[in-house]
Design a protein. Structure first.
Length: 205
């Protein structure tokens, strides 16, 4: 099964009427989703920044950012049409695009200040480490300042085969082996038992 088909199958099984956004996105609760957003943003000041949200789903990160920052320019991309349709229906102050950025990237070099990716590496695709390496290469090319993404912790108490789990040490080594001298890496842990966040600050901006 190809990557797109595997991802689509996972999310379509949650696509049921009258369900909250966090359920559609596969998160365990709205509170857990919000905790992930807090970790992704961490201590960044996003006022007047140009932001790209990869795997934006139904636009929840934008809703989170609107409560905390001002003057920023937001673009969200997702491969799932029904997610983008829901995001657009909220009439938020952002641009939402239904595209596969890994197949066809419409953005230019250093176009964004900050790139966020919440949950896009969680589904077990069989080649997640290579996916992360390739994704960081793309993110690095279109981002000027920071790249923030989260992953499922290999010490999660209730692991399932359909998900990809790893450790902070493993991911830091993966980044250092493939992008030496590109990033200063910060790992954020402890906010959830099954999740950690990686913030890559670009060294040569």
């Amino acid at each position: 099964m190809r990557k797109f088909e595997k991802i689509k199958k996972y999310y379509m099984q949650n696509n049921k009427p009258n369900q909250p956004d966090y359920y559609l996105l596969g998160w365990e609760s709205e509170a857990a989703q919000q905790q992930r957003f807090v970790a992704l943003v961490n201590d960044l000041n996003l006022d007047r920044k140009k932001i790209l949200d990869i795997g934006c789903g139904t636009g929840n990160l934008l809703q989170f950012l609107e409560q905390r920052f001002s003057g920023f320019e937001y673009t969200g991309v997702d491969i799932l049409e029904h997610m983008i349709a829901i995001a657009k229906s909220k009439n938020l102050k952002g641009t939402f695009l239904c595209i596969d950025i890994f197949k066809e990237n419409p953005f230019t070099y250093n176009e964004f200040d900050n790139v966020f990716a919440s949950g896009i590496f969680n589904i077990n695709l069989g080649n997640n480490k290579q996916f992360i390496i390739d994704a960081l290469g793309l993110f690095n090319s279109i981002c000027k300042e920071t790249i923030s993404f989260n992953l499922l912790y290999d010490k999660s108490p209730n692991r399932e085969d359909k998900y990809f789990y790893t450790s902070p040490d493993e991911i830091c080594k993966l980044i250092e082996d493939n992008y030496s001298n590109h990033f200063k890496i910060k790992v954020i842990e402890g906010y959830l038992s099954n999740d950690f966040t990686v913030v890559c600050n670009k060294v040569n901006k």
